[in-house]
Design a protein around this ligand. Structure first.
Ligand code: SF4
Ligand code: SF4
Length: 261
């Protein structure tokens, strides 16, 4: 999800969509461009994408990353990102594309979900919170935009079962925004603290083992009900991981994790 500043918002490509604005679109298996958009992509995977895909594929995060993702540290960024690795064929096809469509459709990444509507995060400096902004941006070859079905962004988001994805991507965008300044110092973005943050974002099996099998709960107070939930709910664990990153990296107070004195 792209961070958007209020200065650049009107210059961005695509048509900005307010909640009541409409657009026409329909994608289906008989359309001439079917599957054409699943090729040659720079497709970023956010923590909730990785969680859903690993659970669906029955893979550990370690194996998923090895098999399907590249870890990329962009210039001027202080935290690595995951990018879905396209196949080494001539068209750089998405590894999940089959003749019948997307093999992970119910668990496809957030970026794919509401395509060709793109979500951006407009940051409010006073609160550090991200406000969602949406753009209709079909590529030229996308025939779906000529179909007569009319949508608003909220209706399209519901239809594509994207509400949780969008919410989790926004929470993650707020953390990524904090990483625009270097929190690591001499240790650098590959040191032990950065590896801890990476685990809390992308590797729920390891993160669960870390909090339950280390002295974590001796050092931090967590309500019993939440502790119980963290054993079984991956989604709760990921949100807890986001809070932990804020606390661990920037010492930002957390309502769920209180250091014991
Ligand atoms: S994950 Fe599915 S929808 Fe997304 S690019 Fe790959 S095949 Fe297409
Ligand atoms: S290019 Fe547009 S209409 Fe064609 S398959 Fe992709 S989203 Fe659907």
């Amino acid at each position: 999800m792209k961070a958007v500043s209020s200065r650049q918002i009107d210059q961005l490509p695509g048509r900005r969509l307010q909640p009541d604005d409409t657009f026409t679109f329909r994608c289906h298996a008989d359309i001439a461009c079917f599957n054409r958009c699943c090729r040659n992509l720079n497709l970023f995977l956010y923590p909730y994408d990785v969680l859903r895909l690993t659970r669906h594929l029955g893979m550990t995060a370690d194996r998923f990353i090895e098999e399907y993702a590249d870890i990329v540290l962009r210039p001027e960024q202080f935290f690595p990102e995951l990018v879905l690795r396209m196949a080494a064929d001539a068209e750089h096809t998405c590894p999940f594309l089959t003749a019948g469509g997307c093999a992970v459709y119910r668990h496809r990444p957030d970026t794919c979900r509401t395509f060709p509507v793109e979500q951006g995060a407009l940051f409010h400096p006073e609160t550090g919170r991200a406000e969602p902004v949406f753009f209709f941006r079909p590529p030229d070859f996308c025939e779906g935009r000529h179909e007569p079905t009319t949508w608003t962004v909220p209706a399209w988001t519901r239809d594509q079962d994207a509400e949780t994805y969008h919410r989790m991507s926004r929470r993650w965008a707020e953390i990524r925004h904090l990483f625009q300044a270097d929190p690591w110092g001499a240790e650098g973005p590959e040191g032990a603290r950065a590896r801890m943050a990476f685990m809390a974002a992308y590797n729920m099996d390891r993160f669960r083992a870390f909090i339950f099998e280390s002295s974590f709960f001796k050092r931090y107070r967590v309500k019993a009900a939440l502790k119980k939930k963290l054993r079984t709910s991956d989604e709760a664990l990921l949100q807890f991981g986001f809070e932990w990153i804020r606390l661990f990296v920037w010492q930002m107070p957390s309502r769920s994790i209180r250091p014991r004195r």
